[in-house]
Design a protein around this ligand. Structure first.
Ligand SMILES: *Cc1c(COP(=O)(O)O)cnc(C)c1O
Length: 430
């Protein structure tokens, strides 16, 4: 690709190597992510290419973001057309795309009358808004006095983002502790432990709970679904005590698991209606956009005029990107494809009977291959060298969240890679 005169890359040759760019990265970017694995220059469908011209099958999809793959023509056209028509306005004004997106989200969420949407630019921002809603969830006691609900319950292993509020909800100590004090009142309950959840509401404690914040399937923790019945119990307890049930579907939402939202699977959600769902990642197919869906009038009115805001959130381009992404998923029947391909692929990997593979789990195209030894980073590095992008999200877990446009043939190439892994890979590690 030759950059045109207006491009930031004008004057640079396309021959610059991964090594060249990696060195420049190290001198220009903060070292928050560690050294980049590769410097990528182009993508098409489920493939990306690095600056040396090497092609990779992108089975991580930008961490569950590129639902339509890379450079999808419909998405590219929608974004370009919107940018060429009306790119940004302030939230003193509205745009038809923003309004249509909010209506579409309420529709696919099956949200009841009175429900409303707040649009953001990222997952962490969506969770910040949800946290602020929880703070506004103050009740009245029998005498009509305001009751301050100070507690927010989250789960061990949960990940909700890196800004201060979302970070306070995130359990990993290494992420949180360098930034304390964080917004207070958050308690972490053991993952999937129904008794611990009941205990948190017992003995009058329920009146002090503002919200319970859960991922239906924990993503960063290694694709761990909540046990059957847990979400239903959380709904029952929060409803009985006036607390909000907030579902963080930033990773699991927008078709990733084969339904629009993961809690819509009967075996995960059991038909519950949450108070709040947060979305981002796959929502814009690669364009940054997030959303908070507030179910019903009570949740939808917790944040009053002037109590929250955003400059970019809900801008016409991001809204057009999300509408186009949803439209393609609908038009091309991708929810059914995600379900079918995911089930087939998990079965194929499990059927390998490879001694390194302990378990294959997940829903739709959010998949984890659990290994019998802590060699996930080693396997991911070998995969990259063989032309596959996967993510070692724990020492023993490989995570995959590929584009929904992936085919069986493409998926099978990675199954073949796994089959060829040395059987004794785990034995050399201490
Ligand atoms: C990625 C993620 C977030 C944070 O989203 P950002 O867009 O990175 O801020 C929050 N919650 C979950 C479940 C996520 O997977």
């Amino acid at each position: 690709m030759t950059p045109d005169a207006g491009s930031a890359l004008a004057g640079l040759t396309g021959a610059d190597s991964v090594a060249h760019w990696t060195q420049r990265y190290g001198h220009a970017l903060m070292d928050t992510f560690g050294a980049p694995q590769r410097v990528l220059v182009r993508g098409e469908g489920p493939y990306v290419w690095d600056a040396d011209g090497t092609r990779y099958l992108d089975l991580l999809g930008g961490i569950a973001v590129n639902s339509l793959g890379h450079a999808h023509p419909t998405l590219t056209a929608a974004i370009s057309a919107q940018l060429g028509t009306l790119g940004h306005i302030s939230n003193f004004f509205a745009s038809p795309t923003q309004i249509a997106l909010a209506e579409r989200l309420l529709d696919l969420a099956g949200a009841p009358e009175g429900s409303r949407v707040f649009l953001t630019n990222s997952g962490t921002e969506a969770n910040e808004a949800a946290f602020k809603m929880a703070r506004r969830n103050t009740g009245l006691d029998e005498s009509g006095n305001g009751v301050r609900r100070t507690r927010v319950l989250a789960l061990e292993g949960g990940f909700h983002g890196r800004s201060m509020g979302a970070l306070a909800l995130t359990s990993k100590a290494a992420y949180r502790e360098p930034f304390e004090p964080l917004p207070g009142g958050v308690e972490f309950l053991p993952f999937g432990d129904a008794d611990a959840l009941r205990a948190a509401f017992a003995d009058g404690g329920g009146a002090t709970v503002a919200a319970v914040v859960l991922e239906p399937i924990q993503g960063e923790a290694g694709v761990r679904p909540l046990p059957p019945g847990y979400l239903a119990l959380a709904r029952e307890l929060t409803a009985a005590h006036g607390a909000l049930l907030v579902l963080d579907e930033v990773q699991t939402g927008m078709g990733r698991t084969g339904t629009w939202l993961a809690h819509q699977h009967p075996h995960l959600g059991g038909g519950i209606v949450p108070d709040v769902v947060t979305l981002a990642k796959g929502l814009g197919g690669g364009f940054p956009v997030g959303a908070v869906v507030a179910y019903g009038e009570r949740a939808a009115t917790l944040l009053g005029r002037g109590q929250h805001g955003t400059t970019f959130g809900g801008n016409p381009v991001a809204s057009a990107a999300a509408l186009a992404t949803i439209g393609v998923i609908d038009r091309d029947g991708l929810l059914a494809h995600v379900t079918d391909l995911g089930a087939w692929w998990r079965q194929q990997v499990a059927a390998l009977g490879h001694p390194l593979v302990a378990e294959v789990r997940g829903e739709g195209l959010l998949i984890a291959v659990e290994l019998t030894a802590p060699v996930a980073a080693d396997v991911a590095a070998r995969a990259l060298a063989a032309g596959f992008v996967v993510n070692p999200c724990t020492p023993t877990t490989l995570r995959m969240a590929p584009p929904y446009v992936l085919t069986r043939e493409q998926a099978a190439t990675f199954t073949d890679f796994l089959a060829a892994l040395p059987h004794d890979l785990g034995e050399a590690t201490p």
